[in-house]
Design a protein around this ligand. Structure first.
Ligand SMILES: CC(C)=CCC/C(C)=C/CC/C(C)=C/CSC[C@H](N)C(=O)O
Length: 466
């Protein structure tokens, strides 16, 4: 069984099917009517816009693989320009003229731009190893092994110190740390550089050129994964997983419990292996695995990963041109660089199905404002000269990060209970969920055939590609 129908859940179901073939039954538990969890769209003024995880990186091979395997297309969008705003003034402003922007970048950040290029490139090169490890059937039982195999001490160290420290140790100056690093982190994770160095590196990758998203909405990745997994979608919320004396896992949901007179009847479904893809924590889940975990129990006090509240406000209107000194609807994305701003970012967004060839114009776009708290009417009036519609989505988007992060286990019970969320201790991003799902499916497959059949069995070497 797979618990959860988000990116991690649908990808787990798909990868399990790829590995095991058609002769296993896969049930996917997801109570919501829509798949993809934190990768969500919202309807504003009759069009759909990304409300959650919105960007993928050109090096994200699993997402790219799903895109091409299932005939999805990349959304067309113009290159995004960014400006930094400290609550009162711009500390850096992009210009429509590339040469002017380049000059200003060099003036403000100097050699740190080159340093950033090489630093991110070396991180991404190390991280890229994950794809060949998985391709060769290697799976990781815990996050320490995962991080060590990919980036040895460099990666482990990056989870133990803050991003402020990592980037300062690498020689980055205060302009870079205060604006670029903090602005990027506020935009991507709603936090400043007190998060770990690794989160900082992923966030910096998340403001590079070439980022992409899926035409029609990123959640199409999940629908395609689910459709092609031939999993049975059970629209119920799993409340408890426990290990039976027979070595199987009993999965109980909130709906299969009923009271008959004085008798409480509870129905379980039994599974050989279970992959849990929803975070087990007080903020977001009722799931109890205390009767099933033995290798590692995520409910231990040291792993109550808390999630940060993120408010996304969608405004169809005209930005305050006096405050932001920009008349065009496509002003650069404004990144707040300090906690002095009550917003984290303001950016112009196109609908997920934006298509110029079918008559879409700039007017089909809206502004998306990220903030920690709901915006007041005064704040909206301060940001916009005029507005037709205001829609708000509140969600628990990202973990609260602080250094050092605990690197915990993907295996909750050696009998076949796996957990994908520990990857979020490195960094939360769509591709990270896909990687963790692939890892969990490989763990299940490798464990099953190591236990039940001798190695070199044809199935054991089943080819899988994405
Ligand atoms: C080790 C490094 C530097 C990167 C790993 C590759 C990776 C996962 C890149 C993702 C970059 C990206 C798009 C980051 C954006 S942050 C999360 C984002 N706001 C989201 O919600 O998905």
């Amino acid at each position: 069984a797979v618990v959860g129908g988000g990116a991690g859940g649908t990808a787990s179901a798909f990868f399990l099917r790829q590995l095991y073939g058609t002769d296993v039954q896969i049930d996917m538990y997801e109570p919501s009517n829509v798949l993809c969890g934190r990768v969500a769209t919202v309807e504003v003024a009759g069009r759909m816009y990304e409300a959650g995880a919105s960007m993928l990186h050109p090096s994200n091979r699993y997402a790219k693989g799903i895109l091409s395997k299932f005939g999805l297309k990349e959304a067309t969008r113009p290159n995004v320009l960014i400006s930094f705003y400290n609550g009162e003034n711009y500390t850096f402003r992009s210009s429509e003229w590339k040469i002017v922007t380049l000059f200003r970048l060099l003036w403000t950040f100097g050699y740190d731009l080159i340093r950033l290029y090489w630093f991110e490139r070396s991180f991404l090169n190390l991280f890229d190893k994950i794809y060949s490890e998985h391709k060769h059937g290697h799976s990781f039982r815990n996050m320490s092994d995962f991080m060590y195999t990919l980036g040895q001490d460099t990666f482990i160290n990056a989870t133990k110190i803050s991003a402020c420290q990592l980037y300062a140790d690498q020689g980055f100056g205060s302009n870079f740390i205060n604006m670029m690093l903090n602005g990027g982190l506020l935009a991507n994770y709603g936090q400043t550089c007190e998060v770990t160095g690794f989160v900082g590196a992923v966030s910096m990758a998340g403001i590079q050129p070439g980022l992409w998203s899926v035409r029609g909405g990123n959640k199409l990745l999940c629908s395609k994964l689910y459709e092609n997994s031939s999993a049975h979608w059970i629209k119920e919320e799993v409340t408890k997983v426990s290990l039976t004396s027979g070595g199987q896992f009993a999965v109980r949901t909130s709906t299969n419990e009923s009271n008959f007179l004085w008798l409480s009847i509870v129905i379980y479904s039994l599974y050989d292996h279970v992959i849990i893809t929803t975070p087990i924590n007080k903020d977001t889940s009722k799931l109890d695995v205390s009767g099933a975990c033995s290798t590692y129990c995520p409910s231990d006090d040291n792993d109550q990963r808390r999630y940060r509240k993120t408010v996304a406000t969608f405004v169809k209107g005209k930005l305050n041109s006096t405050k932001f000194q920009c008349e065009s609807p496509t002003c650069p994305v404004i990144l707040g660089t300090s906690n002095a701003t009550y917003f984290r970012t303001i950016g112009f967004h196109y609908p997920v199905d934006f298509n110029e060839s079918t008559g879409d114009t700039i007017e089909s776009g809206i502004y998306k404002v990220f903030s920690d708290e709901s915006l007041t009417k005064e704040q909206i009036d301060d940001l916009f000269d005029k507005h037709d519609s205001v829609d708000e989505v509140v969600w628990l988007a990202y973990p609260k990060y602080s250094a050092p992060e605990n690197l915990t286990s993907f295996v909750l019970n050696e009998a076949g209970l796996y957990y994908t969320s520990p990857i979020e201790s490195a960094a939360s991003a769509m591709e990270m969920s896909l990687i963790s799902a692939r890892n969990a499916a490989l763990l299940s497959f490798n464990d099953w055939y190591a236990v039940s059949e001798p190695v070199n069995n044809a199935k054991r070497n089943a080819p899988t590609e994405l």
